[in-house]
Design a protein around this ligand. Sequence first.
Ligand SMILES: [Cu+2]
Length: 355
Amino acid sequence: MKSRITITSIVIALVLSACNSGSTADKAKNENQKSSEQKATSTSAIDMVAEGQPEVAQVTGAPNVPAPVGDRKPKKLIVNLETTEIEAEIADGKKYTFWTFNNTVPGSFIRVREGDEVELHLKNAENSIMPHNIDLHAVNGPGGGAEPTFASPGKEAVFTFKALNPGLYVYHCAAPPVPMHIGNGMYGLILVEPAGGLKKVDREYYVMQGEFYTKAGKSDVLEFDNDKAVAENPDYVLFNGKKGSMLGQNVLEAKVGETVRFFVGNGGPNLVSSFHVIGEIFDNVYLEGGSTVSHNIQTTIVPAGGSAIVEFKVEVPGVYNIVDHSLSRTFNKGCLGQLKVVGEENPKVYKKGGF
Ligand SMILES: [Cu+2]
């Protein structure tokens, strides 16, 4: 019995050691490869950054995005964000106390180029009650900027980072309790375009999902309900911080034959989105906002604290519903937008009736 245990132990030990040595070698190889790639990126980028005065980056509120970076070289940019605590309509005439970056949910869209150096100024409004900060997922550095940007009401904090990795990244407040700050609307997107820029398209829109856990406040303004957040049972799941943000007067627009690009983000704080446009197929999806492009996708996953870039050409006029395909969120919790496409009918592609 004893010897059998010993033999078994030796066999297990050998198997484990073989597994470990294999994975360690692979890991080392991957890390070497990654580090040499990163070194190449950062060295060439450092050499290329233009000297001189930094420029102030133009930022935009959803659904708009700033102009593409184009084919420029890396440069120094200043990004100004202000954290605020405001009352605004959330749905059906009801108000909510939102916490924001630049007075909007989601916060301003930031657009930079790979290799840019960004000096980020975070001002916390004088009349805020809470301290706030920012963690940008585009940052290489502990906390993504959270510690150096922690700002009490009325204070401004600054930190600098170099945008090493191209992609579409979420930023959010990381002041405790973090789910409450995010749940009140403190998130947005920063796009780091690759050298040479993204391919030109006809239309670009900023669409960001987030869910809201509400209870009656002291006045008629709703406020954050922590119990509902812990249970991950929101009252509202919304695009761009308001029910109807992309409906009626605010519908997104395109023309037949155009290619549309959505920069899609999910602030969460908890739910994963199954992002879908009813009656369209995504020709290209930058999976999770990274560099791998997949094609012919019906529904794409947008994780909490994650993103996706979707592109599709519109062939047929009409109204296209933009949804989270976890459809109770669309039918019961407000998660619906629309894209209105105008132009000539295209019966070869779509028509009522038979041949
Ligand atoms: Cu905050």
